[in-house]
Structures are given as structure tokens and as C-alpha cells.
Design a protein. Sequence first.
Length: 213
Amino acid sequence: MHILVAMPSRNIIKEYGAEEFYHIYSRGVAKQRIFLDEQDYLFFLSLFKRYLSTEPRHSPRHGLYPHFNLRLDLLSYCLMPNHVHLLVYQRDATAMTDLLRATMTSYSRYFNRKYKRVGPVFQSRYKASRITTSSYLEHISRYIHLNPRQWQSYPYSSLQHFMSRRSPEWLHPQAILEIFNSKLHDYLQFLQDYEGQKQVLEELKWELANNPE
């Protein structure tokens, strides 16, 4: 993986590049909740297993599910009640779009069927910002993991896998931990020392708030 030397774009990206990192953000339509109970969170996580496992998974009705393991790495994530953050590295220019289409379509069908509703679950198109410096890659990872108030014990973020050093095959935290020489203590200290980086975190919030739909 290589990292270039520019800051991420302020605007939503319509065309994506190969061999690049992206911060993806998607929220519920009208800012409504997209996860109402534990089963909802677990189903969404199961979609990562479905589409990003080493071996293709079989659909009971339609043969093999789409398989993106060799096309994209999921580095970190956080599922919040009404929005989702993902940090990915894609190897080809359409991998992220294909993964998000499959994941959001599958989850929307599940959600509408479970709660007997119709219509979109997610608000318009997801937002994606290209990450092109190692420093910004660190801060994006921190921003994602610090979203929950009780971030150290939050069950629906990838931090639990960072802390345990044992991650499922569909998650690749090493791209982040390698920046810290794979020292978990250094990474946790980095999360705790966010006070000195409030400006960076506020810039990330500004970017998300001002990306056009």
C-alpha cells in the first residue's frame, strides 16, 4: 500500500481511484436510526463476513454472493445508531462502490422486511473522502473509533479487534497498527491523547457536514 502527499477532497467524490484509502460515511434517511436493536448491528456486521471473507459465501437461493476480498480491505469501522463509518483500502476503482451497493441493498431489504416498512433506509448516496497522507490516515482511524461516548467498551466498532489483536478475516487493522510499529499501547495512547488534535477532528466533522448529497 502506498500513501501520496495531499489532503482529502472537500467534496464528495464521484470517481474513485485504485490503490487508495477512503473514509466512507453513510447515515439513515432523514437522520433516522438504522440500527434499532442488537440483531440489526450483528446483521450488518455479518454482511462484511458475507462479502469480504477469504472464500466466497453461498446464497441459499442465488449461488455465490459477490466477493470483494481481493479487491478491497476493510481497515476499521464503527456502527452508530443512525450512521456508519468505514475506513477502506481499495485495489481497483470500483471495489468500494460495488461493496457499498451490495451491503446497503442487503441491509435495506433486511431492515424493511423486519420492521414492515418501505422506502430507502440510507440517506442518498454515501460520502467518501480520499485519504492521501499517513498522518490523516491515523486521524481518520481515531475519529472513527472515538465516535461512541463509551468508545473503549463499545461493541460495534473495530476497536475491540485492535485491542485483542485477533480480528476476523474480513478486517485488516494491521495497516493502521503498522504506523505505530504494531504496538497496541501506542495506538490506545494515541486515541486517549485526542485533546491536542481537536482541530483535526473538527476538520473531519466539517468535511462530513459540508459534502453535498
